[in-house]
Write a new protein. Structure first.
Lengths: 267, 336
């Protein structure tokens, strides 16, 4: 393992993480770290277990075995809402938004999660959600970061695919996470949209510990500080991108064909 | 900043106008209507409160409860139990006890049922309501199948609830207060979170919302408001029986909410009043030869509801806003 792991603070780590669905080990003995100021990219062919890994880290799925720590807490087995409260934010590979709400209301609701009063507190029943200034400011910031200023009033379900991907990110950012798990944020985006997303991720990198699941090899080599390659639920390589790229095993198993496939898709 | 309104959360002007005129008509009714019809309108208003309480679950949160009458009936029974034989009980002690009792039952049952989703939620809410029904139905000490009588209406000090007119306006006041409260709640952070749970509960959890406690709070509050309605019902009719918490009562409330239009509380009021009025009409249909048309009111009601769902899935409010327009309807192009 390269030395950057020594210098940086690991905000999130997984050790020996395994998830079995019946006889199939979708994620098999995976260990990884996410460092503040680093983008840790995870790549692998379809079915390699990348999304399952994301779901394990975010609490959407309980692991079969292994431990996960987040900012010093052992969060193994915690609910997604509790993990989110400890400043982990995630986006989804398959867009997961409030389709019948406006773009603004999607992001505002996400921002509201940080100050949500107890639902049993009657005083909270009489407040106006739209007048929560701090929430509005946080939502506004996220909207601007994701570049959705002009689409505030559009209904989320009626926006373009690329805009919905931006909205995914805006909602995640509105919860002001320290750790970001982004599941294929570039999937299905046009070239200009993808470029601005890459720029956004570079800007976010400084203040976040980020895991980036992505298929776009060019974006990964632009963004990633650390690269983990998964095949059949297992990590076959994990190091700085240049070292991984040169790894003969990775080339054989994955990188070569995937690079061709990506180029092929683009033309 | 308004939300596109699949559920007409922001009421279009046409509906606001209808509601205002409707409330004025309700306020004027005792001056023009007979005692018989005034009593009928009181029952309608009580059921409107009941329907609104269900709408908080069904239309706002997306939880279809088929056992909501349990909390309505329980509060009525609480009032019947604590009302002495020979004198009235104070409204100020009996109302909190009855509403609190219904809320407590909803909290306990809700704790068990709001973990479930979809069809399972429907089934377990119904199962618990049936349990409550049979506890009262099978126990002579609890009134059994005959129910219990109340000899006095609650004593509210200067407000003389034994007076029919006063009771009418007291009920109308409760209706307005509950409506105003729930409309306010709809736009509170709690209301927005419930709306989010209806649309996408999974994402709500990923955003950090404890959806379990939100749903439980909604279930408890809905139970409490159903309890208020049940309390008024028992006070007005002077009589409670297990039918109040029965399956039909729960099912009727669901139909009222659908009939009026879900998720905005105005629809629940319109639906409850229309449902009861239609019931009255269908039961009074003239006989055609040997065929007792009125006896088969449930069939006419069933056909009517089916036709409504096919031709006006957003209920009467949907028809009004489509016919007369208003700002909210145009924005609506989404689907869930």
């Amino acid at each position: 393992m390269s030395d950057h792991s020594m210098q940086r603070q690991s905000l999130m780590s997984a050790r020996g993480l395994t998830k079995r669905f019946g006889g199939l080990a979708a994620v098999n003995d995976v260990s990884l770290d996410l460092w503040l100021g680093h983008i840790h990219a995870v790549i692998g062919p379809n079915g390699a277990g990348k999304s399952t890994l994301t779901n394990l880290l975010s609490g959407d799925l309980p692991p079969t075995s292994g431990t996960i720590t987040l900012d010093g807490h052992n969060i193994t087995g915690w609910t997604p809402e509790k993990i989110s409260g400890h400043r982990l934010g995630r986006s989804y590979q398959k867009t997961n938004i409030f389709t019948t709400f406006s773009v603004w209301d999607n992001v505002r609701l996400a921002a509201q999660s940080r100050v949500q009063p107890s639902p049993f507190n009657p005083l909270g029943w009489f407040r106006s959600a739209a007048k929560m200034t701090a929430v509005n400011q946080r939502a506004e910031r996220a909207i601007e970061l994701a570049g959705l200023q002009n689409r505030r009033h559009a209904m989320a379900g009626a926006t373009s695919h690329g805009e919905q991907r931006q909205l995914e990110i805006a909602m995640t950012l509105a919860t002001e996470p320290l750790v970001l798990l982004l599941d294929e944020p570039l999937a299905g985006m046009g070239q200009a949209e993808a470029e601005s997303m890459v720029q956004l991720l570079l800007r976010l990198k400084k203040d976040h510990a980020m895991m980036l699941v992505e298929h776009d090899i060019d974006a990964i080599f632009t963004l990633a500080d650390h690269l983990t390659v998964m095949v059949n639920g297992q990590v076959i390589a994990s190091d700085v991108p240049a070292v991984v790229r040169a790894d003969a095993g990775v080339q054989a198993a994955y990188l070569g064909e995937e690079t061709h496939a990506t180029v092929g898709e683009e033309h | 900043m308004s939300t596109p309104q699949i559920h007409l959360e922001t009421l279009p002007r046409s509906i606001q106008l209808v509601m205002t005129l409707g409330f004025l008509a309700l306020a004027a009714f005792p001056f023009v209507g007979s005692d018989f019809y005034s009593a009928m309108v009181v029952r309608m208003m009580i059921l409107a409160i009941f329907a609104m309480s269900l709408d908080l679950l069904q239309g706002v949160t997306g939880l279809v409860s088929l056992g909501h009458a349990a909390y309505f009936g329980l509060a009525g029974y609480v009032l019947a139990f604590i009302t002495p034989q020979n004198e009235a009980i104070s409204l100020y002690t009996s109302l909190p006890l009855a509403v609190g009792g219904a809320a407590l039952a909803a909290l306990v049952i809700g704790f068990l049922v709001v973990r479930t989703h979809g069809i399972y939620f429907i089934m377990v809410t119904m199962a618990f309501a049936q349990m409550v029904f049979f506890i009262f139905f099978d126990n002579k000490a609890l009134g059994g199948s005959d129910g219990l009588f109340l000899n006095f209406r609650p004593d509210a000090g200067v407000i003389d609830l034994e007076n029919k007119q006063v009771f009418y306006y007291f009920t109308l006041g409760c209706l307005l207060a509950v409506y105003g409260f729930l409309r306010r709640l709809l736009w509170s952070p709690f209301g927005r979170a419930l709306s989010g749970i209806r649309v996408n509960e999974h994402r709500m959890r990923a955003l950090g919302f404890n959806t379990f406690s939100h749903k439980l709070a909604a279930f408890t509050l809905a139970g409490a408001l159903a309890g208020l309605a049940g309390y008024l019902w028992a006070a007005q009719s002077g009589f409670v029986n297990p039918e109040l918490m029965g399956f039909h009562m729960s099912a009727h409330a669901i139909m009222m909410v659908i009939l009026g239009g879900m998720g905005n509380f105005a629809g629940a009021i319109v639906g409850a009043l229309s449902f009861e009025y239609l019931l009255h009409i269908f039961k009074d249909l003239p006989d055609v030869g040997e065929f007792k048309t009125g006896k088969h009111w449930q069939m006419w009601m069933g056909l009517f509801i089916v036709a409504l769902i096919i031709f006006a899935p957003k209920g009467i409010l949907g028809v009004i806003s489509r016919t007369f327009g208003g700002s909210a309807e145009r924005k609506e192009s989404g689907h869930e």
